[in-house]
Design a protein around this ligand. Sequence first.
Ligand SMILES: CC(C)=CCNc1ncnc2c1ncn2[C@@H]1O[C@H](COP(=O)(O)O)[C@@H](O)[C@H]1O
Ligand SMILES: [Zn+2]
Length: 348
Amino acid sequence: MENEADVFYRELPKVELHAHLNGSVSVTTIEKLISRKPHLNIEHGMTAIGKGQRRTLDECSQVFKVIHQLVDTEEDILMVATDVIREFAADGVKYLELRSTPREEKGTGLTKKSYVETVIKAIKQCKSEGLDIDVRFLVAIDRRNGPEVAMETVKLAEEFMLSSDGLVLGLDLSGDPMVGHGKDLLPALQRAKNCGLKLSLHLSEVPSQLEESDLLLNLRPDRIGHGTFLHPEVGGSQGLVDKVVTNNIPLELCLTSNVKGQTVPCYAKHHFKYWYQMGHPCVICTDDKGVFSTDLSQEYQLAASTFGLSREDLWKLSEQAIDCIFAPDTVKQHLKQKWVAIKPQVFK
Ligand SMILES: CC(C)=CCNc1ncnc2c1ncn2[C@@H]1O[C@H](COP(=O)(O)O)[C@@H](O)[C@H]1O
Ligand SMILES: [Zn+2]
């Protein structure tokens, strides 16, 4: 049974800007995938981190390898993407930017192009079902794959930005933060920026990357993923903070992901507090709702209980997230009107 508080968080209209497709796969969908591929001998304990459990970053990366084995055909991607979109819609998300790394699978004929096409197909299919959610796509670069693949990915994203009726809006830089160096990826990221792709970069997700963070910030990304170690208290620097503040770059903050992935010691010490108190634009996100066994309503609830936010504070937080989306102003206006229309129902 849902209690009154749960209803509030679900009914609160929300914007999700940091969700990796294959990290967002629910237990129900994983079970469907496992039954399609029994020979892999995968159990769903291998694909999700439960309540109170933690994993090192390295162990988290292993989890993605297991999920990628389960999701390796166009059919799988279509199912995964439609399920994930429906789940976000059911959780009260009205605008979603999904991100995913195009993969090629020689065995099944999947190509990077057909990968992106299939995600777009899923988005269109959900739209035709009349779901009350606007979904866009960010093409992801896995930093582990190096500069050449990054450049190829940018070209692919560019093509789709021009041909997808505004569904492909930008580029994400993600992947194991301990692997590779951001400086090698600068040419690809700069090209993306020049051709009009919006940039959301995972940045300072782990400590001691001041130089890399500085280089990436010089690109003036449109949003930052995590930014856990930017501020001086955790080994970052005032210079980095100043760059983020001066350029007013919103942060995508994922509480459960950071605590379960152990880059943050506990919820109370999450850097949400630092940036929120400063009045800097912060957007609460899930990162990988499947892997970390969460949803966006739970993340808002966690932020409220940890940092003492009122319902009015939460409303403002979700409404201000609209200003950080990559879709054009007309979409922002439309969403703002939607928020106004929904408010009486949420605060009844
Ligand atoms: C390791 C850890 C604590 C995860 C949370 N933080 C993350 N940091 C960097 N990249 C990520 C993270 N979560 C997901 N990803 C990226 O998203 C991919 C999975 O989604 P997809 O296949 O791109 O659709 C992963 O292989 C990885 O490249
Ligand atoms: Zn992420």
